[in-house]
Design a protein around this ligand. Structure first.
Ligand code: SF4
Ligand code: SF4
Length: 325
């Protein structure tokens, strides 16, 4: 497997308005035992990225996972962390490097994260002082390097928010890109290739212990990797027309076997403004049709009934999770 992106905690010292994960102080996290169970069920990826939330809020858990990954994979897997950098001090950096971290991604260089003045300079000097070399965040070659590297990036129009994401507080606060023609699903961190073992484009996202084909996350996970091996979860998902369509980066085709034709799906994507909101709508409104009722030709999603699509009410965004009380 090329890459596993593991959000092992939703806890964070920040409360950014654009956070796609509702991360905040006191948000859900996992236990050490759950972390051990997940790690035991992961295959050997070329790259394991540990993220949050803010991983350094859970410093002991992070170090525990890193040491476990180092023991399991040795130098066969490149260990990376993604952090906002706020809590990254010299002693902590030394512990991370000792635990096998090879890349540190500072993902807070934007106007949404509250930052202390001079943070970038401080972090840059600190990382360079320990022998890390700065690389571009989009440099695919950097992921293959065996040396220690770091990158700076953030929620800029060209990156994080460029194609993202009607999720979490970004959705609630309207900080997401309404572009129905932007197919994030077919990009890196989308679902494209998540089933394609051996492919350099394969990445799977794990949120706490739940497995998803993409970073935005589908309404239903593929499975729980604390309870069964990741490869078994992927094997079980192969052959399901919906997951296979997402694996091709074609969310408009995810309802083909349920009789929801691509023209209807494309129209809903235009109305909703995002492929991911269509994906949500399919899971919550149409996917159950596969189990029992089948292709109901009287329903607006059925092929040949496209003229009815105008009667379909826009998706009411009730999916905002009660996280911030
Ligand atoms: S965007 Fe990052 S730093 Fe901000 S609340 Fe979310 S996880 Fe924390
Ligand atoms: S369309 Fe669905 S599977 Fe594709 S990136 Fe969006 S949420 Fe993930």
């Amino acid at each position: 497997m090329e890459s596993i992106y593991w959000v092992f905690t939703h806890r964070c010292n920040q409360y950014c308005s654009h956070c796609y994960n509702h991360s905040r102080p006191g948000a859900p996290t996992i236990t050490f035992a759950e972390a051990d169970a997940v790690l035991a069920n992961l295959p050997e990826p070329h790259r394991l990225i540990l993220s949050g939330g803010e991983p350094l809020v859970e410093r002991e858990l992070l170090l525990h996972i890193l040491r476990g990954a180092q023991a399991k994979y040795g130098d066969k897997t490149r260990l990376a962390i993604q952090t906002n950098g706020d809590l990254l001090e010299a002693a902590t950096l030394d512990e991370l490097l000792e635990a096998g971290v090879q890349h540190i991604s500072i993902a807070s260089q934007d106007g949404y994260h509250a930052r202390r003045d001079g943070q970038r300079q401080r972090l840059g000097e600190l990382l360079v002082s320990r022998g890390l070399r700065e690389v571009d965040v989009g440099d695919p070659a950097a992921a293959k390097l065996r040396d220690r590297t770091f990158s700076f990036w953030g929620a800029t129009p060209g990156l994080w928010l460029g194609g993202l994401w009607p999720r979490g507080r970004a959705l609630r606060n309207g900080i997401w890109k309404r572009d129905p023609d932007h197919n994030f699903c077919a990009l890196w961190s989308g679902a494209l290739g998540f089933l394609d073992s051996g492919s350099p484009r394969q990445e799977v996202a794990v949120q706490l212990t739940q497995v998803y084909p993409c970073c935005p996350g589908t309404v239903e996970p593929l499975g729980d990797v604390s309870k069964e091996p990741l490869l078994q979860i992927l094997d079980r998902s192969r052959g399901d027309p919906m997951w296979e369509a997402l694996n091709k980066g074609e969310p408009w085709a995810m309802g083909d076997d349920a009789g929801i034709d691509a023209a209807f799906a494309r129209k809903r994507i235009q109305e909703l403004g995002s492929v991911c909101l269509w994906c949500d709508e399919y899971f919550t409104k149409y996917r159950p049709q596969r189990n029992g009722r089948g292709n109901d030709a009287t329903q607006p999603w059925a092929a040949g009934e496209r003229t009815r699509t105008a009667q379909v009410a826009p998706l009411v965004l009730t999916g905002e999770l009660a996280d911030d009380a």
